[in-house]
Design a protein around this ligand. Sequence first.
Ligand code: N01
Length: 565
Amino acid sequence: MVRGRTARRGFDWRSGVHVVDEHADANAFDVVVVGAGFAGLRVLHELRSRGFTVGVLEAGGDVGGTWYWNRYPGARCDVPSLEYSLGFSEELQQEWAWTERYATQGEILHYLEHVADRFDLRRDIRFDAPVRSATFDEASARWTVVADDPDGTHGPDGPATQVVTAQFVVMATGCLSSANVPDFAGLDTFAGETHHTGRWPHEGVDFRGKRVAVIGTGSSGVQSIPLIAREADELVVFQRTASYAVPAHNRPLDPQEQATVKADYAGLRAANRETVVGFGGWGTRNDLSTLAVSPEERLARFEACWDEGGLAFLGAYNDLLIDADANELIAEFVRDKIRSTVHDPAVAELLCPTTVIGCKRLCIDSGYYETFNRPDVSLVDVSERPIEITASGIEVAGRRYEVDAIVFATGFDAMTGALGKIDIVGRGGQRLRDAWSAGPATLLGLAVAGFPNLFTVTGPGSPSVLTNMVTSIEHHAEWIGECLDHLRSAGQATIDVDPDAQDAWVAYVNAVADFTLYPGCNSWYLGANVPGKPRVFMPLLGFAPYVVQCAEVAADGYRGFVLGP
Ligand code: N01
């Protein structure tokens, strides 16, 4: 983008006509989008296609979001590639060819770079521009957004800062983008190298000849541990809570399978919108209760689902995340798999989770449990004793582990962390972080009372992280696009949320969660992984009914929202 004033096209919200303003400010937009991952790119394309002027501010040096930052060894998707992709363009989905059942980080990033090029998206994106604040001005009904401007390209506010304004702001900041490094005692004293999986160096890390510690055994740890073990001289894994991991059975994609999907890609996308999780629409659903079948039949089905691998494992029966007895049966099945894989019975037992299976995100693995059979890999239980970091390594309960490198696979301040880092100020000077001090509250996970003209993509209160994120992102981009079109044609300049409608939505999200086993363990869905974060179940379960609810709200004149001149 260029500095200063240039001719720009846009919609005049006061007069209701499209204008070409020869003197328009290059830092003034109809919409500012924060983030250029899947969500930001998709929203940019959606709104630009509808004739809005859009400026995107991205903290990273290029597009990609999650897939730009999470470059740790073994990083790949846990939703099948053919479905973890954008469906808005038939040409795009026909021309792109995925190579594996689950795409690597590198392949997904390459795909997003292709999307940016193909739809000429980069011209509206400013990189290396982390947003610091967003403030709503009630008199002009516009947001002022302040971001870094390291090389001073977008002045005139000095080399360090750029200021843009917009009628609307769309936060496409990601649900798992704010890295969480716990405040370990002695962290600053460590003399070796440290890396967080979610902020991995672009040039990669060479672990050859090194003693390495990995802290954390969630999805990132489970994916990276087998590869780090192969490269390092010695690996020590520090586990606070054991995870359930199901085999990925990753494989090259069969050209015939790809051709079948491409013959009716639109059909697959439509079917996915009718599922609970936004993918697997062409799979077969099992509507039987775990407890309604004989032990032999149940075991055979568990085995078949294990052999198939992937997240669909927990769809083996219809009540696995609702009925505690059913859940315990499949949890014990996985524990038996761990016991039969890991040679040392004490290590196997330590790797066996005791929590509800599925109430934390199920991990999808390739050789995770087998890695603990290696003579150069050890497992340390830190469930009762905290980690202390020293200059030369890690100390737990008086025992020292000398290492050259520490990998923090310690996850994210999920769903609200990225928003909380930005000083968002709404009506009457109210700050979002204050409004959410007792936990996030939204209407549909799309908007927040008191913060007019601000949208969140896959925000708390929407199905987001409990779905195929790409399906959810596309749905939100379209809903926001239609909403802005509606405001434009109705001559309305603002949209806010009725606080009563928001309270009712929050209560609904909680009621749905309470019907299941999800709230029963210390997951990041609940904010439980970040000390001091309020414990509120943030995502909404059930994509298909949510899509219907969003459509009904819009059809009913944006019921629960307050539209203003
Ligand atoms: O993070 P996590 P993640 N001392 O929060 C431990 C997606 N994802 O980056 O469970 C010691 O799951 C923590 O222990 P505990 C996916 O949605 C997807 O792995 O809190 N340990 C846990 O073991 C996933 O769910 C993919 O007791 C500490 C680990 O660190 C989400 O991202 C791949 C600690 C953090 O696990 C996050 O996954 C990667 C402490 N003080 C990620 N603090 C795929 O698509 C935390 N831990 C496959």
